[in-house]
Design a protein around this ligand. Structure first.
Ligand code: UD1
Ligand code: CA
Length: 495
């Protein structure tokens, strides 16, 4: 087994990626939560190579900075001018410590490659005692790729770049993927002999294959499906590999017992984790370290980033980032949960609510149209419709506390810092600027006064005046008098 542990992995990532038309280095474009480069490094990481070298050139500051950021990383090696894949590999080997053993070479833009395929390539390399083992693919449309030329008995004899290929060679549908295992010493020797005598005037790594075959060395090959070897040269291919990666992730979770209603409109990143029996509805995007527990339902039309959803909770048509949704809690439709939000078991953040840095206790409800920022809400509290936690005085943010079983009336402004005690009420429409003690009713609004007869006097002949006169005449005739209802409570909308 140890002979299958490579001495080095070399990732070629110095190219310009011109066709991306981007200010971002090509290998830094992301699919499903990782850069193209990081996908490659993650796939290579279980090979446990002694060193991993990443050849950087174009936009190298960005790439080097990214290598500092990511977990599965590599050591940058600078290629000042991009003089070809052979030149890039030569520079990497100059920086490599190993003088014998195996080196795996990969381009930085093949994010779909799997560890299993790299291991199969290394196994073939060891079994055949080869100087080089190529990973090839058969493509319906091989244009643009180097073609694998084989002898009549099927042995690889060379790789020919399309621009240098004959008409007959262009008919070959087996292509080089730029993924190889090499004997380091033999690769070094062959690279020293590679010339720039080709259509692009570059040192081609592919040329070492012909040189090795000429030396009588063994060159082996294995074939992998194009779904693993697709490279990214432009944004169309970027979208293709993203779809392929999405399919792979979504299929994985379905096999783990997750119901995904519409895989085609469900997108998720590689760090998302899902428990069996959760249900993901259509048009849902799960990003970052989002976790969904069993029997929770997320979607349709929801985007969650770094959010955890507890067992049996529902999140409908909502946008959540950095939030914790407790078991049995209900979110949406049209809720916006921002970082620092946590909903306790059975809590609710209903339609048109925005929560930020807000801890909401068990079974507490914010059913509609509210902003809750910098808040601590106890258990079983109800926040009436259109309540605003006024947390910002224009300079600083302040906190609001709402106690257990408190009932905040509709359209209350809670001007922070302020505290509503356990079991306290606020009157609908209040501006609450002072603490409300436990069990008290906080009323902070102007007293209502009615100017009798105003409409008939000031808006004569209007429809309102006619209706008013009719009502007055009816009430003045004792025969049609109705009992007046004794409603005197403070209304709060919602449950
Ligand atoms: C290369 C292969 C081709 C193969 C194809 C698979 C060569 C000569 N050709 O062609 O046979 O079918 O990949 O995708 O190898 N790079 C550097 N420094 C350089 C040049 C390139 O680091 O000076 C890097 C690029 O960033 C890229 C990789 O090497 O990650 C491949 O280079 P690219 O120019 O894309 O090669 P292709 O023309 O696609
Ligand atoms: Ca390429």
């Amino acid at each position: 087994m140890t002979d299958r542990v490579p001495a080095a992995v070399v990732v070629l990532a110095a190219g310009e990626g011109k066709r991306m038309r981007s200010e971002l280095a090509k290998v830094l474009h992301a699919i499903c939560g990782r850069s193209l480069l990081e996908h490659v490094l993650v796939a290579a990481s279980p090979l446990a190579a002694q060193e991993t070298l990443v050849v950087v050139g174009h936009m190298r500051e960005q790439v080097i900075h990214h290598l500092d950021d990511i977990d599965q990383s590599g050591t940058p090696v600078v290629q000042e001018a991009q003089e070809g894949t052979g030149h890039a590999t030569r520079i990497a080997l100059d920086a490599a410590g190993a003088s014998d053993g195996t080196v795996v070479v990969l381009p930085g833009d093949v994010p779909l490659i799997t560890t299993e395929t790299l291991q199969a390539m290394l196994q073939r390399h060891a079994e055949t005692n080869a100087a080089a083992t190529l990973l090839t693919s058969k493509l319906a449309d091989p244009s643009g790729y180097g073609r694998i030329v084989r002898t009549q008995d099927g042995q690889v004899s060379a790789i020919v770049e399309e621009r240098d290929a004959t008409e007959t060679q262009r008919q070959i549908d087996e292509v080089g993927t730029s993924i190889y295992a090499f004997d380091i010493a033999k690769l070094r020797a062959a690279l020293a002999r590679v010339t720039t005598d080709n259509a692009q005037g570059e040192e081609y790594l592919t040329d070492v294959i012909g040189l090795m075959v000429g030396d009588g060395d063994v060159v082996a090959a294995i074939t992998a499906p194009a779904t693993e070897t697709l490279g990214v040269n432009d944004r169309v291919q970027l979208a293709q590999v993203r779809r392929a990666m999405r399919d792979r992730i979504v299929e994985h979770w379905m096999r783990e017992g997750v119901t995904i209603i519409d895989p085609q409109t469900t997108w998720m990143g590689v760090r998302v984790t899902l428990e069996p029996d959760c249900v993901i509805h259509q048009n849902t995007q799960l990003h970052g370290a989002t976790h969904i527990a069993a029997f929770a339902e997320v979607g349709p039309d929801s985007t969650l980033r770094n959010t955890t959803v507890g067992r049996g909770a529902t999140v409908i048509k909502s946008h959540c980032t950095g939030a914790e949704v407790g078991p049995e809690a209900k979110v949406g439709p049209f809720a916006y949960l921002r970082p620092g939000t946590s909903l306790g078991r059975g809590a609710k953040a209903g339609a048109f609510t925005e929560l930020k840095n807000a801890r909401v206790g068990e079974d507490s409800k914010i059913p509609h149209l509210s902003y809750v920022g910098d808040a601590e809400i106890g258990d079983r509290a109800n926040i009436g419709a259109a309540t605003i936690f006024v947390n910002y005085d224009g300079v600083d943010k302040h906190d609001t506390k709402v106690g257990n079983d408190a009932r905040v009336g509709s359209d209350t402004m809670l001007v922070a810092p302020v505290e509503i005690g356990d079991g306290a009420y606020t009157a609908a429409g209040s501006v609450i600027t002072e603490d409300v003690p436990p069990g008290a009713m906080g009323v902070g609004r102007a007293k209502q006064r009615n100017v009798e007869g105003w409409v008939e006097k000031r808006r004569p002949d209007s429809p309102a005046a006619h209706a008013a006169r009719k009502a007055r005449e009816q009430s003045e005739s004792p025969a049609t008098m109705e009992p007046t209802s004794p409603v005197e409570s403070e209304h709060e909308a919602g449950e």
